[in-house]
Design a protein around this ligand. Structure first.
Ligand code: C2E
Ligand code: MG
Ligand code: MG
Length: 633
């Protein structure tokens, strides 16, 4: 009777073999281990049948051969247990190196067990249909197999809280079936259930965990997002370099219903087309993108060109693709970082219609990481109140004293050192944090003016920088007026510095903000005039009272005679418009004298002072005695 059970087991295993090999393998470690476990199981079942047959025909079989067959069968049971543990261990927590170390220990145990089982004596029982083996060799088998089963259960059960619950459940059930079969067989030696129990285990594993269909995307037949996650995780664990190409196809169709369908059709077509490209795995993500993975850079570029050309020729009218190429996966530290990057740059590229490809080379990744660090620094500075304001005095060439100052922001790091705005303002402008910094600075400036009654020290107003990004906010005027009201500050105590912007939309909102603030009593200055993008027309359009000559322009005045004429002409025109001029970046006495001689009203620069913390600024103003500090006219 027993041999029929084993034959049924064999039929089931053959079925699993068929379904497992029908699909192309993805190359996961667990996939390989599953096939090995399946092979050991099949071998075990064959040996089970052979050993029963050998015992039944023991008269005609030499004693040694009989022992060898029966012992090989029971040894294979221990190996099934061993591979069960090794297979499950791909899911246990810990690094690859830790797993390897443990697996080496298990391998040592299984080899020791094998030797012991072969050395110990075995006995056979045969009466009618009842056939089984017993004796010290079988006891050793039980012990070793049980050891592996218990370790697996312990790891999956007690230590497996971080495991995928589905995998944890499947592995636990597999092991429990084994234990139940072993206990039953231990007390009823004539019921040869253990071999069949491990077949049942294989069935559970196959349907629950290793069904290759579960890795496929139903619509396109490419590997799915889950497979992508598992596969890349494995490559990162093994530190195996790979190249990735992400292709996103936004639909050009208008209308919500049509666009996802269009994208799906395009993706299916591209996957079918890409099937002919060798050594490349194609995945579809949950966001309807395709990810191509390959180990060779050449192959990746080839795939990029191939897919791009194909989309251009067949789908150009219907979808707008974007491509993100990662030539070396090791430039990124983890699979999480990989996905974050691919997504991020895909979003960046989608905004950009003309150039739809981006290469994530090491340089770009490095810059991005630096940017991330700076962002984190800015956020923590805002949250922990480490945004500071420095003041740079501005000298009046008419009154021969300091009449105002420019407020310039700084971040104080946790270690007390200072970060200047060049290192964080451009990034804060990109991610929008500049609005919070700007408001914070404006608040501090208003508080400082009010608390120290700056007008009594001869400082009539403080210039505060406004970022282009802030000007896009229709609520800017309202917010700034609220801040001034909170401190009961006279609006003439501040001047807001704006810079030029090409965007018309922005200009409309900016003009509206300016109108409201000017009605309230705030004046404006145009900053950075002369930095390359300046345009005299802009001054004509903008209701500013002051124009600030950029440091580059001031410096060029002294080094190039052409620049000298430009600056003089610009100054005359600005004066004709009844506006005043501040020259920034004046560093020497000669420069200060020349600028004054030119007729410019205000000078700001290191020659007088660098930007100073509030208390030092007050001391500086008080100490200067508010007299001419050089022999100006
Ligand atoms: P800016 O508004 O043109 O400010 C003038 C910059 O020139 C300041 O640099 C100042 O320290 C520097 N400077 C002044 N005189 C001299 C000089 O004689 N020689 C040299 N080499 N440099 C001089 P800082 O403080 O590093 O600020 C750089 C830029 O950061 C500012 O340029 C401004 O665009 C931006 N910024 C500073 N604070 C804020 C702020 O609160 N909000 C916004 N949106 N931007 C700010
Ligand atoms: Mg400025
Ligand atoms: Mg400036």
């Amino acid at each position: 009777m027993n041999i029929e059970v084993q034959c049924c087991g064999m039929a089931i295993l053959l079925m699993i073999w068929y379904f497992s090999l029908r699909q192309k393998p993805l190359g996961l470690e667990s996939e390989k281990l599953f096939l090995i476990t399946l092979a050991v199981n099949s071998f075990c079942l064959v040996m089970d049948i052979l050993s029963i047959a050998a015992i039944i025909h023991r008269e005609v079989i030499p004693e040694l051969l009989l022992a060898l067959i029966c012992k090989t069968y029971i040894v294979s049971l221990v190996w099934v247990g061993y591979f069960g543990l090794i297979y499950s261990s791909t899911d246990f927590k810990g690094t690859r190196a830790q797993r390897r170390r443990k697996n080496r220990a298990y391998t040592f145990i299984v080899i020791a067990g094998t030797l012991l089982i072969y050395l110990l004596p075995i006995h056979y029982y045969l009466e009618g249909n009842i056939v089984y083996t017993y004796g010290p060799s079988c006891m050793a088998t039980y012990l070793f197999a049980l050891l592996f089963v218990l370790v697996t259960l312990y790891k999956a059960g007690i230590r497996g809280r971080d495991m995928n619950p589905k995998r944890r459940r499947a592995i636990t059930i597999w092991m429990l079936i084994w234990i139940m079969a072993a206990v039953t067989q231990f007390f009823n030696a004539n019921l040869l259930l253990v071999g069949f129990a491990s077949v049942l285990g294989m069935v559970i594993l196959f349907f629950e965990l290793e069904n290759p269909e579960a890795n496929l995307d139903r619509e396109t037949g490419a590997y799915n997002a889950h497979a992508l996650g598992e596969y890349t995780k494995q490559l990162y664990e093994k530190e195996e370099k790979f190249c990735a190409l992400l292709v996103a196809c936004g639909s050009r169709a208008v209308g919500d219903e049509e666009s996802p369908r269009q994208t799906d059709k395009a993706l299916l077509d591209i996957v079918l087309h890409a099937d002919q490209i060798k050594d490349v795995k194609v995945f579809k993500t949950l966001e309807r993108e395709l990810v191509f993975l390959t180990s060779s850079q050449e192959r990746m570029w080839e795939t990029y060109r191939n897919v791009k050309d194909y989309i251009d020729s067949c789908w150009r009218q219907k979808v707008s693709p974007c491509f993100v190429v990662l030539p070396n996966s090791l430039a990124l530290g983890s699979v999480e970082e990989l996905f974050q990057m691919l997504r991020l740059f895909r979003v960046d590229k989608r905004k950009n219609q003309t150039d739809n490809s981006i290469v994530l080379d090491e340089n770009r990744i490095h810059k991005y990481k630096e940017r991330e660090k700076t962002e984190a620094m800015i956020r923590s500075a805002i949250e922990e109140d480490r945004i500071e304001v420095y003041f740079q005095p501005i000298y009046s060439t008419r009154q021969h004293r300091f009449v105002s100052a420019e407020a310039l922001t700084r971040i104080r790091r946790q270690d007390g050192t200072i970060v200047t705005p060049g290192a964080f303002v451009p990034i804060a402008e990109k991610n929008g944090l500049i609005s919070r910094i700007g408001e914070n600075v404006f608040d501090q400036v208003c508080a400082f003016i009010q608390k120290n009654r700056l007008w009594q020290q001869g400082i009539g107003y403080v210039e505060v920088n406004l970022s282009v990004r802030q000007c896009e906010d229709p609520k800017l005027a309202e917010t700034y007026i609220r801040i001034m009201e909170r401190y009961g500050l006279d609006p003439s105590c501040v001047i807001l510095e704006i810079t030029e912007s090409a965007s018309i939309r922005l200009r409309d909102i900016l003009l509206e903000n300016m109108r409201v603030l000017m009605d309230y009593g705030v004046k404006f200055a145009l900053d950075d005039f002369g930095n390359g993008e300046s345009n005299l027309n802009y001054i004509v359009d903008m209701p500013v009272s002051i124009v600030k000559f950029d440091r580059d322009m001031t410096q060029a005045y002294f080094s190039s005679y052409k620049a000298k004429f430009v600056m003089e002409a610009a100054m005359h025109m600005i004066h004709d418009m009844k506006l005043e001029v501040v020259s920034e970046g004046v560093e020497t006495e000669e420069q200060a004298q020349a600028i004054e001689a030119l007729g410019i009203e205000y000078i700001q620069g290191y020659y007088f002072s660098r930007p100073l913390p509030g208390a030092e600024f007050l001391k500086f103003v008080a100490g200067s005695g508010q007299q001419a500090i050089y022999d100006g006219k």
